[in-house]
Design a binder for this molecule. Structure first.
Ligand code: XMP
Length: 400
């Protein structure tokens, strides 16, 4: 295979996009992720002042993210003037009451493009530039999930629906090649090497219904998980939040309890199993599979939580999912407060090369416990902090 040359890619793409955009004004929306940020810098080099760059503050970004991204892009050496558009209320209202993952993704996409359509009109832009890469399209068309930025491939005509035509200069690239282009532009390491952050942001990490207190708790937990785990440099790592509500599934609970006791060599009365009310996304034979999330808490004879090397728990997860096809994820409790509170947090950390498959990171217990201490201290409405021990497949990296 020919080696990828970022300089040549940039030169050719600048010439091509200049031609395809012509004298029209174009809008680009950046999220702070490497794809959209690189895309904005590239198009600004191509069309300069004809580019309007915005960050839609949709309520689902991380702590301080809109300000930080806008600040970096607007300053030297990039000098891409970037405006923050506050559309928090609009998104929270649109997503209110929805709990199914695909419904939430579709509503996010719909609201996202409506807002972009309105912004494009205000800024007099006839073109929308997107940092879509090949993998986004493959997963949406393949039926795993609805990526927020895939339109035409799903039969949606953007000119008719939203009033702009779409230009996607990064489409031929793999994620690793986007990072090479970002480094070539001299984007700070925190952007070029940044772990992926999905377009719908924290909305796909609030499992089930999105409520403001649940979202704000996740935002705090996300900052803690990212801050502690960044030293370990996992492939991708974040927090998720779920309602602390179970369904009653006695036969399945018993089966999971027995398998856990056998494989971890503990008495079954020390194993407590929950099947949560809300489901999470997984994949099976390349297709989306919405399944149950099982939380396992194992106590020692002294009443502490049982520690065992993570590979043992990952093997247990495989056994549970094989024996219970309705399950798509397994969480293992790292810290539990005796009190029942409305939410649980799970730490997700995976190692991946291509994001199509991923292994659970082998994080030291001490590090996991450091996170769980901080999360329970900072988030008073959280009962239990788990570690998600499910690889991709059968789970996806994100929860929804
Ligand atoms: P999954 O959850 O499919 O994630 O295993 C694979 C990679 O894609 C990211 N991801 C998204 N990125 N819009 C994006 O821009 C999305 O809707 C989206 N969903 C997942 C995910 O974070 C992971 O890196």
């Amino acid at each position: 295979m020919e080696t990828f040359d970022p300089k040549r890619f940039v030169e050719t793409t600048i010439a091509e996009t200049r031609k395809s955009i012509g004298n029209d004004k174009a809008l680009v929306a950046v999220s702070g992720g490497v794809d959209s940020t690189t895309c904005a810098v590239l198009i600004h080099r191509a069309i300069g002042e004809n580019l309007a760059c915005v960050i839609l503050d949709d309520a689902f970004m991380r702590q301080g993210e809109p300000e930080h991204v806008a600040g970096t892009l607007s300053k030297s050496p990039f000098n891409v003037p970037t405006k923050i558009v506050n559309v928090r209320e609009r998104f929270l209202k649109a997503m209110k009451g929805l709990s199914d993952a695909e419904e939430k993704r579709k509503m996010f996409r719909e609201t996202f493009y409506q807002v972009l359509g309105e912004t494009a009109k205000k800024e007099e832009c006839k073109v929308l530039v997107q940092g879509t890469i090949r993998a986004d399209i493959l997963e949406t068309v393949g039926g795993v999930k609805t990526q927020h930025n895939v339109l035409e491939q799903m039969g949606i005509n953007p000119v008719e629906r939203f009033g702009f035509r779409v230009v996607e200069p990064l489409l031929p690239l793999l994620k690793t090649q986007v990072r090479m282009v970002a480094r070539y532009f001299g984007l700070p390491l925190e952007f070029s090497e940044r772990q992926p952050f999905p377009g719908p942001g924290l909305s796909v990490r609030v499992v089930g219904e999105i409520r403001l207190d649940k979202l704000e708790t996740l935002r705090k937990a996300t900052a803690i998980v990212e801050n502690v785990l960044k030293e370990q440099k996992p492939g991708q790592y974040f927090a998720v939040i779920m309602d602390n509500e179970e369904i009653s599934q006695q036969p399945r609970v018993l089966r999971v309890q027995e398998a856990s006791a056998r494989l971890l060599n503990v008495p079954s009365r020390n194993v407590h199993v929950k099947i949560f009310k809300d489901k999470a996304t997984g994949i099976e034979s390349g297709k989306r599979r919405y399944g149950e999330v099982v939380g396992i808490k194992v106590e020692t004879l002294e009443g502490k939580l049982h520690r065992t090397p993570l590979p043992n728990i990952v093997s247990l997860q495989a056994r549970i999912i094989t024996e219970n096809p309705a399950v798509s994820r397994v969480f293992y409790a790292i810290k539990d407060l005796a009190e029942e509170k409305p939410y649980i947090i799970a730490i997700r950390s995976v190692e991946t090369k291509d994001f199509l498959t991923a292994a659970v990171s082998d994080i030291p217990w001490q590090t996991l416990e450091k996170i769980t201490e901080e999360v329970t201290k900072t988030c008073p409405n959280v009962s239990t902090v788990y570690f998600d021990v499910t690889p991709k497949p059968p789970a996806t990296i994100e929860m929804e």
